[in-house]
Write a protein that binds this ligand. Sequence first.
Ligand code: ATP
Ligand code: ZN
Length: 283
Amino acid sequence: MLRIAIQKSGRLYEESVRLLKECGIQVNNGNKQLKTVAENFPLEIFFLRDDDIPQYVFDAVADVGIVGENILLETNKEIELVYRLGFGKCRLSLAVPKHMKYDSLKDLEGKKIATTYVYLTQQFLDDNKINAEIHSISGSVEIAPGIGLADAICDLVSSGSTLFTNNLKEVETVLHSEAVLVAGKGLSEEKNHILQKLIRRINAVKTAKNNKYILLNAPNHQLKNIAAVLPGSKAPTIVPLAEEGWSSVQSVVNENDFWEVIEKLKELEAQGILVVPIEKMIM
Ligand code: ATP
Ligand code: ZN
């Protein structure tokens, strides 16, 4: 049995549970228990505050966890980052009041900075040789300048709307973060085996999300050219159509190349292009 710690409520909770479900793991958390055992995978799920997850994994109370990279780095525990999950994206940024003169980090010299990320903020200031006073607070960091508690803040930002409504402007990025899968060091062979199985499933889900299945009709004289723009996992599948001189072509296209590929296919006389999502993709 592998024990995984995930956030019990908050920004990472839903996506963490969804990821497990997409991996075919049934998580029953109907009445908000502290822990639950998956029905069809050797996984026990602990629901915890995100800040506590690195410590629990470090202490081997949980074997693995899903946590923001920001928390992983701030707690600075000797645990391993095993997979970047691609959700919960945000950045840790320095922000100052909208009307404060700010040209460079030098403007923070001697200033008071409120944050819950004391370690990362200090490290950033040290790296940039800035002396500032860090004021550790545990929540609602964004109101600190407004009530005269600090001159600047260092906090998580995604859209920036919280900063905006508090009359602050983002001036420096300390860290780009996303949810990550972490694991304790020295997992038993059995646990490691389950972890590898979990990672393979996560990979299949993530790869599928980054790819689309594409079907189209093409005149036979263009098949070679079309095959050249559709690399697929190996080569496209080509099936003759009832209409003489035409074939149906099927392939997988990566999201990053998607629109470019579609443009080229149109130029190559492709017709009836269908694009469908892929649920799982096992490489
Ligand atoms: P807990 O009760 O578990 O301590 P919390 O209030 O500390 O919850 P949340 O606000 O739910 O934590 O954020 C959890 C994680 O979501 C953050 O650590 C970060 O990795 C990520 N995140 C993504 N976008 C944002 C954002 N705009 N603000 C804060 N966190 C964000
Ligand atoms: Zn927290």
